[in-house]
Design a protein around this ligand. Sequence first.
Ligand SMILES: Cc1ncc(COP(=O)(O)O)c(C=O)c1O
Length: 508
Amino acid sequence: MKLWSFRIEFSCFSSNDNDPKEEVSLDPSDWNDTRYLGHQIMDDMMDYLRDLRQRPTWRPIPPKIKEIIATSVLPLHGQSPWEVYDEIRSIALPYVVGNIHPHYWGYVQGSGSPIGVLAEFITGTMNTMSWGGHQASIYLECQVLSWLKELMGFPTDETSSGVLVSGTSVATIIALAVARNKFHNRTMKIYCSNEVHSCLARAVDLLGITRTNLIVIPTNSQRQIDVEVLKTSIDLNSCGFIVGSAGTVGTGAIDDLEGLADLCASHPENLWFHVDGAIGAVARCSTRLRPLFTGLERADSLAFDLHKWLFVPYECGCILIRDGQLHRSTFAQPPASYLTLLDGGITPSHGEVYFSDYGLELSRNTKAIKVWMTLKTYGIERFGRIMEQNVDQALYFARLIEQNSNELELMAKTTLNIVCFRYIVHRSNSIDQQPMLNELNKRLLVLIQERGIAVVSPFVVGTNTFALRMCITNHRTKLSNMDTFLQQVIKLAHELVNTPEFIMLNKI
Ligand SMILES: Cc1ncc(COP(=O)(O)O)c(C=O)c1O
């Protein structure tokens, strides 16, 4: 609509006729130009995904590019979006850590999906603020949560609740806050294994639950929380928040979730069962892997990620709470006057869900569309197959390590999708060589990344044994990548042990 016609039709809104200022907006004067730019970007992004294998997994940012970024000044005046896109394409797109690449096996990172890219575009276009109210994004989120409850074996009715969040770190804060609300005024102790993810300690600190109430239980030989030790450590004079890991971040060990659920069920008034399912919970998509997580469905709270092994674009995690009333009462506030709910319109006081009553955020982006589109496009069965594929790849790589045990060592049992290993030069290397072996393996890891071969990440086993850690949450990885990677690791290690710094190890 042209400005002048706006003025004619709605003259009561027009500003002082003598005001010479032209009203401005962010919409383009030529929609077709923006449309063409959009088409160009779409073409480039699909090529970017299609051609991933032809690029290194990672490459460092050249100093020149860093300088361009650091010397860019606050843009006082706009410029052509084509130029802006061109710049971003050259300074940002090539320099990512590489988690969408088929050879990325570092930390626990998702590899996204093409439909996720398109969903983000739609979400950005709608740009709707999904705190609640009468809008489709809220209905979509409710339905997505119902699917996730079904997938996790939670009650799908309204007795249980949930909310999509940025990730398991935030989901953990929410779970702890709800449990604390249940045990109001009583001391709450948190029990977890020494393999638990650090987001738990951060949540404990943030909520003002002192660290002395964080009780760390040792793990057994399978790196699972030792349930027997836990039983004898629980102080039943206070309340307990028991954390089970459905895949630890270090080695992918899965705690005895059934044992923990039984323990908590024996003292339901005092004990809360929380599961950190950041990595493994979604593996319930696979009927083959699901039995590994038996007991998870009995959790009082379950935190997990969709941006890792379910390939929804970042950020997307979820918290499910068995007691939905308790969940809401922890976060809901009497609405501020500007948020007063009405009898109808976009914020009805009845019949609508307000997700801001279930978490930390009032302003929230819309995560449900990317979850909806990802799950519908690929289906649970396909995700299950990919997860099985990744677990099989990890088990295969672990076997390759064992077959080469003259120079490589497996550092932990592989139960899920994580392999920890190191290069040892010769099996006969003595304990005296540990510091040098640690140094060698650190260099090996960096070299693997810097040569663009792959990305694996570090893991320290025990007190001080440095290992390389491969975590496969990647639908683009192929089994044949395992053989090639092993050969490359050995080749690089040989290169390193022939340098003056490490030649000593070679001679022993
Ligand atoms: C087991 C585990 N728990 C929690 C987290 C934290 O999740 P997020 O990064 O989504 O906040 C991670 C992250 O890797 C994890 O592996």
